[in-house]
Design a binder for this molecule. Structure first.
Ligand SMILES: Cc1cc2nc3c(=O)[nH]c(=O)nc-3n(C[C@H](O)[C@H](O)[C@H](O)COP(=O)(O)OP(=O)(O)OC[C@H]3O[C@@H](n4cnc5c(N)ncnc54)[C@H](O)[C@@H]3O)c2cc1C
Length: 395
C-alpha cells in the first residue's frame, strides 16, 4: 500500500488529508505529522482583540478534526530528505511514497530590530493567539493617542487582515468615545495588490478616518522613543501593532527545500516540487504567486488530493490549481468587502458559497460581514472536512 506523508496539520494539511482519505477510501496509508496538540483557526485571531471571538473558540484539538482513516503522529519534523524518501520527526525516521509539505509559515519578529524585549508589552501583534489575547487588554487600556498598525515587510499571511484590523480599531475607539488616531503603514506601494480594490480601500479609509501610509517599510522599532524606523522615515506611536515579514518553517529551511525565505518552490499549477516528482507543497509553505490564505489552501487541497489520487492509481497528476483565493476585508463592525481572484483575473459578480452566498465581489455589504462571521462555523464543520467552498465551475 502506498504511503502518503503530510507534514503539518494546519488548514492545508487537514483539508488535504480528509479530502484524500475520502477519495482513496483506505487504499493508501495517510499519515499527518504535527507538532502542536491544537489546530488554530487563524482568521479568528483578528477578532479576538475586539472581543468578537474568544481566544478559546479559535482552536480545537487536532485529532478529532481528522477522518478516522488518517493517522496522526504528534512530532516535530526536523529534516526532510527527498533523495532517500525520508523525514526525520522527533525520534523517528519516516519513509514515504508521496510527501506533502504543509508546514505553513511564521511571522518572523526577529526580522525587525528592537522588538525582542518589547514584544507583547509595548509592541503588540495579532498573528499569534497569545498576541491577540494580550492586544485585547492593550486596546481596552488605550484612551487617547496614536495607534500605528505596521506591515513591516512582505510576505505576510492574509494581507487583508491588517487593513481589517485598522478599520475595526478605528470603530472600536469611536464607539467608546476615545480620541485615538489610527494609522496603517504598509511596505508596499499599494495598500492592496489589486488596484481596483486598493482604490475602494483608500476611499473607505478616508471616510472612516483611518490614515493610510503606503510604501513605508519598517526595519526597526525604537521602543525608548516609541518610533518605527525605516528607509522612508520614522513615525511616532503610543501603541504599536506590528506585522513582520513571514518566513517558511525552519525544518524546510534547514533541509534546503526552500527558497531564500524558506518557501518551497513548486509548479504553480500542479503544486509539485520541480526537483522531486513525489514531493508536493501547498498552503502558506509553498512559494506561489497568490495570497497566503486558508481560502487559497482550500482550493490547493482539492488539486493536490486529485493529483495524489491520480498518481496512486497510476494515471498521473492531471489537476491544475489556477491561483484561486478569496479574501474578506472588514471595513467596520457591520460591513465587509469580499474580493476574489486567480492567476489571471479578479472576480466580478457573485460567489455562490454554501449557506452564505450569493456574495457580491468588490462590494462593501452587511451580508459580506455576516458571511465572514459565519465562516468560522463553515471552517470547522465543512471546509476542514474537504467540502467545496462552492460548486465547481462557479467562476
Ligand atoms: C490574523 C490572521 C488572519 C487571517 N485571516 C484570514 C482570512 O480571513 N481568510 C483566509 O483565508 N486566511 C486567513 N489567514 C491565513 C490562514 O490562516 C493561513 O493562510 C492558513 O492557516 C494556511 O494554512 P497552512 O496549513 O498552510 O498553514 P498553518 O495553518 O499555519 O499550518 C501549518 C501547520 O504546520 C505545523 N508545523 C510547522 N512546522 C512544523 C514542524 N517542523 N513539525 C511539525 N509540524 C509543523 C504547524 O504547527 C501548523 O499546525 C489569516 C491568518 C492570520 C494569522
Amino acid at each position: 500500500m502506498e504511503r502518503v506523508l503530510i507534514l503539518g496539520a494546519g488548514s492545508a494539511g487537514v483539508m488535504l488529508a480528509n479530502r484524500l482519505a475520502g477519495i482513496l477510501e483506505g487504499e493508501a496509508e495517510i499519515t499527518v505529522v504535527e507538532k502542536s496538540v491544537r489546530h488554530a483557526f487563524q482568521p479568528g485571531f483578528l477578532l479576538v482583540p475586539f472581543g468578537i471571538y474568544s481566544a478559546r473558540s479559535c482552536t480545537r484539538r487536532v485529532e478529532p478534526l481528522l477522518r478516522p482513516e488518517v493517522r496522526l503522529l504528534r512530532a516535530e519534523v526536523q529534516a526532510i530528505d527527498p533523495p532517500n524518501r525520508e523525514v526525520a520527526a522527533g525520534e523517528q525516521r519516516l519513509g514515504y511514497d508521496f510527501l506533502v509539505i504543509a508546514t505553513g509559515c511564521r511571522p518572523a519578529f526577529e526580522e525587525v530590530a528592537g522588538i525582542e524585549k518589547e514584544l507583547h508589552s509595548q509592541v503588540h501583534e495579532f498573528y499569534t493567539l497569545e498576541g491577540a489575547r494580550r492586544l485585547r487588554r492593550a486596546l481596552l487600556g488605550m484612551s487617547s493617542g496614536r495607534l500605528v498598525v505596521s506591515v513591516a515587510g512582505m510576505p505576510v499571511k492574509c494581507p487583508g487582515a491588517p487593513l481589517s484590523f485598522a478599520f475595526l480599531a478605528r470603530e472600536f475607539f469611536r464607539r467608546r468615545g476615545r480620541e485615538v488616531e489610527v494609522v496603517l503603514t504598509t511596505s508596499e506601494a499599494e495598500v492592496f495588490s489589486k488596484p481596483e480594490v486598493a482604490k475602494m480601500l483608500l476611499a473607505q479609509a478616508e471616510e472612516r478616518g483611518v490614515e493610510l501610509l503606503p510604501d513605508f517599510p519598517v526595519e526597526e522599532v525604537d521602543a525608548a522613543t516609541r518610533r518605527v524606523l525605516g528607509p522612508r522615515g520614522d513615525l511616532g506611536y503610543d501603541l504599536l501593532v506590528l506585522i513582520p515579514p513571514h518566513l517558511g518553517a525552519e525544518a524546510v529551511m534547514r533541509s534546503g527545500m526552500g527558497d531564500a525565505l524558506g518557501y518551497v518552490p513548486v509548479d504553480r499549477h500542479l503544486l509539485r516540487t520541480r526537483g522531486y516528482g513525489d514531493v508536493y507543497a501547498l498552503g502558506d509553505a509553498a512559494a506561489l504567486p497568490t495570497s497566503k490564505t486558508a481560502s487559497a489552501a482550500h482550493f490547493q487541497a482539492r488539486v493536490v488530493a486529485q493529483n495524489l489520487a491520480g498518481e496512486i492509481a497510476g494515471c498521473g497528476a492531471g489537476s491544475h490549481y489556477g491561483g484561486e483565493a478569496l479574501c474578506f476585508i472588514l471595513t467596520g463592525f457591520a460591513e465587509a468587502l469580499v474580493v476574489g481572484f486567480d492567476y489571471k483575473k479578479s472576480y466580478e459578480g457573485r460567489a455562490p458559497l454554501p449557506l452564505l452566498g450569493p456574495l457580491h465581489f468588490n462590494r462593501i455589504t452587511r451580508l459580506n460581514h455576516a458571511a465572514k462571521l459565519l465562516s468560522r462555523w463553515l471552517y470547522w464543520h465543512l471546509w476542514l472536512w474537504g467540502e467545496d467552498f462552492a460548486a465547481e465551475g462557479w467562476k
